[in-house]
Design a protein around this ligand. Structure first.
Ligand code: PEP
Ligand code: MN
Length: 444
C-alpha cells in the first residue's frame, strides 16, 4: 500500500545529505519566497523530453547529458555557459553524423549546485569543519563562517539558474543552435589534437547541407537545422529547494520546475529514501544513478515506486560502476529489468566510478573513462539491449582536471588549471575525443 504523496511527504522519510540550517525562521521565510517565484521550466517541455527519452530507449535517438559536477557562483559567466553549450552541440554533431540518430541534448546546468558528500566533516590538520555541500548551501572556503548553511544561497542559486536558462534558451533558438554554426566555429577545441578530425567532419556536414540546398531544400527554412532543443537537469538533492519549486500543472499532476530532468544520486536512492518519495510524485523524467552497491532486488522495487504505470521515457538508469566492474555488475541489473518488463533508458556515466586521488587532487584517468564507455556498450550489445545515452562531467574551458587523452593533464600539471568545485571534468579536447570514440562504437 502506498501512502498519499504531497510535495512535502518526503519529510516523513529518511532524508540523507541535507544541511542543518541553524536559523529555521530564516529557512521558512526563504522557502516561502522561493515558492512564490516563477517556474524555471514548464510541464510541456518536461513532457517533450520524456517523449524524446522514450525514443532513445527504443534506439531511435541518443541521449547526451553533460556539464559541471557542481556549478558555482564563482564560475558563473556567459562565456562559461556558451562554452559548454557549444561543446555539447559539437559533440552532438559528431554523434549524430556517425550514428544517424537524433541526439537529445541535456545540460547538467542551470541548477546543478547541491552536492552529496562522503563525509559530514572536512579535516585539515587538527581542524575540522562541516563539509562543503555546494554553493546553494554553503561556501567552499575552509572557514567556520563560510561553512554555515545559509538558506539565502538558494535565492542566489535560483537567480543564477534563471539567468543561465535564459542564455541557454537564447543559444538554442539563435545562431548557436544551428547545425551549420556548430560545424563552422570550432572555438575552444581549435587547439586540441581532435581539431583537424573535427574540421574534416564539419566539412562533410557543410557539404551535406549544400547538397540539400541544391536539391531545393533550403536549410535556412528548415527549423530542425536552425534551432535546437536544449534541456536542463540536476540531482534533486536539496529537498526544501526542490519542494518550493514543485508546482501543480494545469492539466493535473505536479512537476518539478527547477529543471526538465531530475535524478536521484547513488547515495540517496536507498529504499525508504526521502528523495525517492519526493521524485515519485513528480511527472518529470527521472534519472537513477546505479552504482556498484545497487542490487537487482533493490532496483526493481525502486522502479515500481518511481514508474508504477511503466511509462516510456519516465526512467533513465545511469550506470556508474567503474571501468573494471561493468561486466560483473551491469548484466544482472539489465536482466532483472528486462525480465520485469520495465521500460528504461540505459545511459553510461563513465566518470563517477573512476575517480582517484593523485598528488592531493581528485582526478580521473581518461583511459579508464573510455574503457567504461566501451565496456558499457559491449555489455548491452551482448545482452541484446540498448545503451542509449551518456552522462558526463565536462566543461568548454581548457581545464586540467582529468589526466590523459591527447589534450589532457599529466599527474604533475593537474594544478595548472584545476577549477572544479567538486569532481574533475573533461576539458573540451577530451570531451571531443570521447565523442569520436563513441561515434565509432555507435557506428558499429
Ligand atoms: C554526481 O553526478 O555528481 C554524483 C554525485 O553522482 P553519483 O550520485 O553517481 O555519485
Ligand atoms: Mn560529480
Amino acid at each position: 500500500m502506498t501512502t498519499p504523496w504531497s510535495p512535502g511527504s518526503w519529510k516523513q522519510c529518511e532524508a540523507r545529505q541535507q544541511p542543518d540550517y541553524p536559523d529555521p525562521a530564516l529557512l521558512n521565510a526563504t522557502l516561502r519566497e522561493l515558492a512564490g517565484y516563477p517556474p524555471l521550466v514548464f510541464p510541456d517541455e518536461a513532457d517533450a523530453l520524456k517523449a524524446d527519452l522514450a525514443d532513445a530507449a527504443a534506439g531511435r535517438a541518443f541521449l547526451l547529458q553533460g556539464g559541471d559536477c557542481a556549478e558555482s557562483f564563482a564560475e558563473f559567466s556567459p562565456d562559461t555557459i556558451r562554452g559548454t553549450f557549444q561543446l555539447i552541440m559539437q559533440m552532438a554533431m559528431v554523434l549524430a553524423f556517425a550514428s544517424k540518430l537524433r541526439v537529445i541534448k541535456v545540460g547538467r546546468m542551470a541548477g546543478q549546485f547541491a552536492k552529496p558528500r562522503s563525509t559530514e566533516i572536512e579535516r585539515s590538520g587538527d581542524d575540522a569543519l562541516p563539509a562543503y555541500r555546494g554553493d546553494i548551501i554553503n561556501d567552499i572556503s575552509y572557514d567556520a563562517d563560510a561553512r554555515i548553511a545559509d538558506p539565502k544561497r538558494m535565492l542566489r542559486a535560483y537567480a543564477q539558474s534563471a539567468a543561465t536558462l535564459n542564455l541557454l534558451r537564447g543559444c538554442a533558438s539563435g545562431a548557436q543552435g544551428r547545425v551549420h554554426q556548430a560545424a563552422s566555429s570550432t572555438g575552444i577545441i581549435d587547439a586540441s589534437p581532435s581539431a583537424s578530425r573535427f574540421r574534416a567532419l564539419a566539412a562533410r556536414v557543410d557539404e551535406a547541407l549544400d547538397f540539400l540546398a541544391a536539391c531545393g531544400l533550403d536549410p535556412a527554412s528548415a527549423p530542425q537545422l536552425q534551432t535546437t532543443q536544449f534541456y536542463t537537469s540536476h540531482e534533486a538533492l536539496l529537498l526544501p529547494y526542490e519542494e518550493a519549486l514543485a508546482r501543480p500543472a494545469r492539466a493535473g499532476g505536479y512537476y518539478g520546475s527547477s529543471a526538465h530532468f531530475l535524478w536521484v544520486g547513488d547515495r540517496t536512492r536507498f529504499s525508504g529514501s526521502a528523495h525517492v518519495e519526493f521524485l515519485r510524485g513528480l511527472a518529470n523524467p527521472i534519472g537513477i544513478k546505479c552504482g556498484p552497491t545497487l542490487a537487482p532486488d533493490t532496483l526493481l522495487p525502486l522502479l515500481d515506486t518511481l514508474n508504477p504505470h511503466r511509462e516510456a521515457g519516465r526512467i533513465t538508469l545511469i550506470s556508474r560502476m567503474g571501468h573494471d566492474r561493468v561486466e560483473t555488475l551491469l548484466p544482472p541489473l539489465i536482466r532483472a529489468v528486462e525480465t520485469a518488463g520495465h521500460p528504461v533508458l540505459w545511459s553510461c556515466d563513465p566518470m563517477h566510478g573512476n575517480t582517484i586521488k593523485t598528488n592531493g587532487y581528485k582526478t580521473r584517468p581518461f583511459d579508464r573513462i573510455l574503457d567504461e564507455v566501451r565496456r558499457f556498450f559491449a555489455v548491452h550489445a551482448a545482452e541484446g539491449t540498448i545503451g542509449g545515452g551518456i552522462h558526463i562531467e565536462m566543461t568548454g574551458q581548457n581545464v586540467t582536471e582529468c589526466t590523459g587523452g591527447a589534450w589532457g593533464a599529466s599527474e604533475q600539471n593537474l594544478g595548472d588549471r584545476y577549477h572544479t568545485h567538486c569532481d574533475p571534468r573533461l576539458n573540451a579536447g577530451q570531451a571531443i575525443e570521447l565523442a569520436f570514440l563513441l561515434s565509432e562504437i555507435l557506428n558499429g
